[in-house]
Design a protein around this ligand. Structure first.
Ligand SMILES: Cc1ncc(COP(=O)(O)O)c(C=O)c1O
Ligand SMILES: Nc1c(O)cccc1C(=O)C[C@H](N)C(=O)O
Length: 397
């Protein structure tokens, strides 16, 4: 059994806060603070340039990739950390298109995170090969997979509603129609069990700063199915993805396997923070995590619905169809969320009316869930959302 008391103690959370926003930015693991301090003082401060060899900086993207791989069901050597999720999506999508012949359609859905759609639109335009992005409603994806589609590009868990796509079924259907798959695991990695090997997904990408707790702007990751890795010709090729970066050849020769997806110099301080944050997962069973996440989110829904009739559930009610977040719709959701935050319950808001709450068993317990519902009851019952100080929109919501 996973010891969630121990994992909770591994985080430095401010006193008096119920933190339900780890699906946007994970909190600070104590080990990450110590590691970054050591990396600054000892590795950078004392070793200087020797850090690349002696502090293991050069291999860190692979080391971190291996730790992430365990959480998403990927074999060793198939995941590498680096760049942002957006940039990794560009790399994955262009690689998938390169392997997918003459078909012209990239299929995605309207629940996808906007950056994915922006990256795809512009990548297709830049390739200039006549590809088109077809966007359908999430529930229409299955029916839109056919022999015209080159790549199916989906985010597994919808950032607004938490709706979960069936990765195994959609990947199987895609493969039966000769379609490559690219999965964005931003709201999946560290949130629920993912089986990249078992589902046969072709490419996947995800965030380091949400459920993996790597810190603001932490490196993202990319997965390439091992049987494709040696055939991938990266569109965004850089010297760190070269077979011999320090040979300084004029021509590009890809590195072995997924390492060819590396581009430039890794951000070592951020990467070190993510590396240390991932050690919190040692001894965590993803099945236990999922069971606990469902217990937390079901309790939250029951408590909120009993106390706050003004809020409407905006996530699937069936936990099997949800990731690890719960959303409620309320017309004054922004102000209501600000009022909740002012009373120690931190979630976030997504326009036009979604109050979003992330459930992260590593550091959130049932006591937090009940307290969050109590605070929401007060916010709604006392109409705190109607106060002008909570209506002022900040830049980041
Ligand atoms: C599904 C999804 N993909 C991509 C991103 C963006 O990633 P980044 O800004 O790190 O490139 C986010 C969140 O910001 C997201 O929720
Ligand atoms: N990446 C973020 C940021 O730099 C600032 C604020 C929020 C974010 C997020 O990650 C948002 C997140 N992807 C979402 O699901 O809405």
């Amino acid at each position: 059994m996973t010891d969630f008391t121990a994992t909770r103690a591994a985080f430095d959370l401010p006193d008096g806060i119920v933190y339900l926003d780890g699906n946007s930015l994970g909190p600070l693991p104590r080990a990450a603070r110590e590691r970054v301090a050591r990396e600054v003082e000892v590795s950078w401060g004392r070793m200087l340039i020797r850090g690349w060899n002696e502090a293991g900086w050069m291999d860190l993207p692979e080391v971190v990739g291996k730790k992430i791989g365990r959480l998403v069901g990927a074999p060793t050597g198939s995941v590498v950390a680096g760049d942002s999720t957006s940039v990794n999506l560009f790399k994955a999508l262009t690689a998938a298109l390169d392997l997918s012949g003459e078909r012209k359609v990239v299929l995605s859905d309207s629940g996808n995170f906007p950056t994915d759609l922006y990256v795809a639109q512009q990548a297709l335009a830049a390739l200039g090969r006549g590809h088109v992005l077809k966007i359908v409603a999430p529930e229409e994806v299955d029916g839109a997979i056919d022999e015209t589609v080159a790549v199916l590009m989906l985010t597994q868990v919808d950032y607004r509603s938490g709706r979960l796509h069936d990765m195994a079924a959609l990947t199987a259907k895609a493969h039966a129609a000769g379609v490559m798959t690219v999965w964005d695991l931003a709201h999946s990695a560290g949130a629920l069990p993912v089986d990249l090997s078992g589902t046969g997904a072709d490419f996947a990408i995800g965030c380091g700063y949400k459920y993996l707790n790597g810190g603001p702007g932490a490196p993202a990751f990319i997965y390439v199915r091992p049987e494709h890795a040696e055939r991938v010709s990266p569109a965004l090729a850089g010297w760190m993805g070269h077979a011999a970066p320090f040979a300084f050849d004029l021509g590009y020769v890809p590195a072995d396997g997924v390492n060819r997806m590396r581009v430039g110099t890794p951000p070592i301080l951020s990467m070190a923070s993510l590396d240390a944050a991932l050690d919190v997962w040692d001894g965590v069973s993803m099945a236990d995590l999922r069971a606990r996440s469902i217990e937390l989110s079901q309790t939250f829904i029951a408590e909120v619905e009993a106390r706050c009739p003004q809020l409407t559930l905006a996530s699937p009610r069936d936990p099997a169809l949800r990731g690890s977040q719960v959303s409620f719709a309320f017309a004054e959701g922004y102000a209501a969320m600000q009022a909740a935050i002012a009373h120690g319950v931190v979630g976030d808001f997504r326009a036009p009316d979604i109050m979003r709450f992330g459930f992260t068993p590593l550091y959130v317990g049932l006591d937090d869930v009940v307290r969050a519902a109590e605070v929401l009851e007060r916010v709604m019952g006392e109409r705190l959302w109607d106060r002008p100080e909570f209506k002022q929109r900040a830049k980041v919501t």
